[in-house]
Design a protein around this ligand. Structure first.
Ligand code: HEC
Length: 322
């Protein structure tokens, strides 16, 4: 009998341990090590000049997407912003309700709230997506805590910066890096579904037999989807719904001179600098938002123009058959 007790006693102690823990540990942030102690609660200013605190006002108990931009950035930031704008459109009214998007400036000396406000208007950034600026040192500290600071690369001059997007749910402590060049559908799905209820399986039962046929995309189509579709549609806008940031490109290969198009895709920045009349006209028409130089090579340009032309042809014959 005493022998059995000696065996049982440690077991009983182990079993009773949870009750012995101080009750406070159960109430504060039970699940996540990334609470108020981890994130700096730095003050930031919104594009409307309102002061907010990073932890308390922006991320606490929220599902969020956070990236870092600067409004003077010519190539990668507009592409990233345009991509996020598509995500915002897909999420609709949930942005601002249970999903929040934040773009924080890494160039706070130049990006004042007024500059950010103009940028938001240019990209038609809607409610629920806030642009922010603050003290340079605070923002650097924040980027470090988010794992987005590239040691050695950052030197204020080149403003090379990590393009990753951080998405997460502060309450559950689930955070992940995402590429802003990822499909907007995947990003939207992560924000709307997996980060909210990642423990419950999807209620939708789908069958592979219902999957649509997959047409392998051509090189031009792949390029268009990954590099251009964040700003341009190709004839698939529903009227009044998703307008791109740039013009719809269906038919453009027939409308414009080929040499002009090729040069435009090669160096739109130079054409604008040289005040090419058509380029200037489009620039004025599209909110003075300059199309970025996408650093495309000649084969890529040919593949893209072939795709734009084929797609125009395909749509025309499809509508002629109807
Ligand atoms: C960040 C947004 C953005 C991205 C990305 C982008 N464009 Fe543009 N694009 C524009 C804007 C805005 C214009 C209108 C001219 C201007 O304001 O510079 C434009 C104009 C054009 C035009 C001229 C349209 C016309 O009516 O003549 C073509 C062609 C074009 N883009 C093709 C492309 C292709 C191909 C890609 C991908 C390799 C691409 N663009 C990527 C924003 C973008």
């Amino acid at each position: 009998m005493p022998h059995t007790w000696r065996l049982l006693l440690p077991l009983l102690i182990i079993l009773s341990l949870p009750c012995a823990l101080p009750p406070t540990s159960a109430s504060a942030d039970p699940d996540t090590p990334w609470g108020a102690d981890y994130f700096p609660n730095i003050p930031l200013l919104t594009q409307d000049g309102r002061q907010v605190h990073f932890f308390d006002d922006l991320i606490k108990d929220k599902v969020v997407a956070i990236n870092f931009i600067f409004t003077g950035c010519g190539d990668s930031c507009p592409v990233e912003t345009a991509r996020l704008r598509q995500v915002q459109k897909l999420l609709g009214e949930r942005v601002g309700q249970d999903i929040f998007i934040y773009s924080i400036s890494i160039d706070p000396y130049n990006d004042t709230p007024a500059t950010l406000k103009r940028y938001a208007e240019k990209f038609a950034i809607g409610p629920g997506w806030t642009l922010l600026t603050g003290e340079a040192a605070d923002i650097e500290q924040l980027r470090r805590s988010l794992g987005l600071y590239i040691e050695g690369l950052e030197n204020g001059r080149s403003k090379d910066h990590n393009l990753s997007l951080i998405i997460g749910n502060q309450a559950t402590g689930r955070w992940m890096k995402a590429s802003p060049f990822e499909s907007p559908y995947i990003l939207a799905d992560r924000l709307a579904n997996s980060l909210h209820n990642w423990k419950t399986a999807s209620a939708q039962h789908r069958d592979y037999t219902q999957a649509p046929d997959i047409r392998p995309p051509s090189k031009g189509e792949q390029l268009f989807r990954t590099r251009c579709s964040s700003c341009h549609t190709l004839g698939d806008t529903e009227p009044g719904v998703t307008h791109g940031i740039g013009p719809d490109l269906l038919g453009v290969t027939r409308q414009r001179d080929e040499a002009w198009l090729k040069r435009w895709l090669m160096e739109p920045d130079r054409m604008l600098a040289e005040k090419d009349p058509l380029a200037m006209l489009l620039y004025e028409q599209y909110n003075q938002l300059a199309m970025p130089n996408m650093r495309l090579g000649e084969t890529e340009i040919t593949a893209l123009l072939d795709y734009l032309d084929e797609e125009t042809q395909r749509r025309q014959s499809a509508s002629a058959q109807r």
